[in-house]
Design a protein around this ligand. Structure first.
Ligand SMILES: Cc1cc2nc3c(=O)[nH]c(=O)nc-3n(C[C@H](O)[C@H](O)[C@H](O)COP(=O)(O)OP(=O)(O)OC[C@H]3O[C@@H](n4cnc5c(N)ncnc54)[C@H](O)[C@@H]3O)c2cc1C
Length: 295
């Protein structure tokens, strides 16, 4: 196995924050993945499955981080008015979006603009502009923690708002998506969506997207703004001036600064508005004392 040791993790996250992983493995196929999991169990070390790192902020990981690579190129299973495609868990979501725009497929292009993998998007049930990835899922193949490949169809997966049973149930290895051709040219709407994102979100900065989930019927960004937290800074991390729910790494930020900023924001928002915000970003660090677990 090609494990790397003491690997800095900041470069594997879109916000650019990370300590080191004791062990790091790039899984290029299912065999790599199985071996990585077996190793972490045999060593009684915790394990983190990493996609595009666009919702993840690392501290030090005293276990193993497995980075999911693209196992195979996008495959078209059926063509017609409705297309079925198969992609691997480590496939960048933007490949699917690019395909959808070229083929004039409806709705999924609204998920453009974040550097996710398909597996990470499924795990988070990523969504934007009234679309969630679960809408397009027909079937998910995953490797469970006993090392068995399993297939489940969408009805068997309890998707919620930015929530799914993954990675707790296992590692997403393949996804079958069902996509419909649009009656109208999608390029125009795609350009509008891209433009809206550029204008309203700091997408060219080091960020992990939304810090907090939207409470039911409210917007986390609005609550943060009304609590005076737009632009609020702790050390080298701050909430964006453009969108209060986006944290920005101003250079050299650490996970402890992130925790401080998050805790302050939660306290202030609770005090001023009564809402208790819940993190959408995943803060991953592990002191290594609790044995094997999925982080
Ligand atoms: C500029 C920007 C804009 C964003 N806008 C949005 C938005 O509009 N909507 C939205 O929903 N999100 C948004 N995000 C957040 C983020 O892109 C999504 O949460 C995305 O789905 C994370 O995918 P990832 O591959 O980067 O996951 P990672 O950050 O690598 O991991 C996230 C979680 O998924 C798990 N995971 C990753 N791969 C797998 C796998 N193969 N099998 C099982 N579990 C896995 C990880 O263990 C972790 O728990 C944005 C982020 C940025 C940087």
């Amino acid at each position: 196995m090609n494990f790397e040791k003491d690997v800095p993790l900041d470069g594997f996250t879109s916000i650019g924050i990370g300590g080191k992983a004791d062990f790091f493995l790039r899984a290029r196929d299912k065999e790599d993945l199985k071996k990585g999991i077996e190793f972490s169990r045999a060593q009684d070390r915790s394990l983190f499955i990493l996609g595009g790192g666009s919702n993840t902020i690392f501290g030090d990981v005293k276990g193993i981080v497995i980075k999911m690579e693209e196992f195979f190129p996008l495959k078209v299973l059926n063509d017609g008015h409705e297309l079925r495609i198969k992609v691997s868990g480590g496939t960048p979501l933007k490949e699917v979006i690019g395909f959808a725009v070229r083929e004039n497929l409806d709705r999924i292009f609204r998920l453009a603009g974040f550097p996710a993998t398909v597996g990470g998007a499924v795990a988070m049930n990523a969504g934007a502009f009234d679309v969630e990835i679960s809408e397009f899922i027909e079937e998910v193949e995953f490797l469970d923690w006993e090392g068995k490949i399993q297939r489940v169809n969408k009805k068997e997966i309890a998707f919620g708002y930015r929530a799914s049973p993954f990675p707790q149930m296992g590692v997403v290895t393949e996804v079958v998506l069902r996509l419909r051709r649009s009656e109208n040219p999608v390029k125009e709407e795609f350009a509008i969506i891209r433009d809206r994102r550029k204008r309203s979100q700091p997408i060219n900065k080091k960020t992990s997207g939304s810090t907090f989930k939207n409470p039911s019927g409210e917007k986390a960004g609005r609550l943060l703004d009304s609590a005076g937290l737009k632009g609020y800074r702790v050390g080298n991390v701050s909430f964006s001036d453009l969108h209060a729910n986006f944290m920005i790494n101003l250079g050299g930020a650490t996970i402890s600064e992130v925790r401080d900023l998050i805790n302050t924001a939660k306290e202030r928002v609770k005090e001023r508005t009564g809402y208790l915000l819940e993190e959408e970003v995943r803060l991953i660090e592990d002191c290594g004392s609790n044995g094997w677990k999925v982080l």
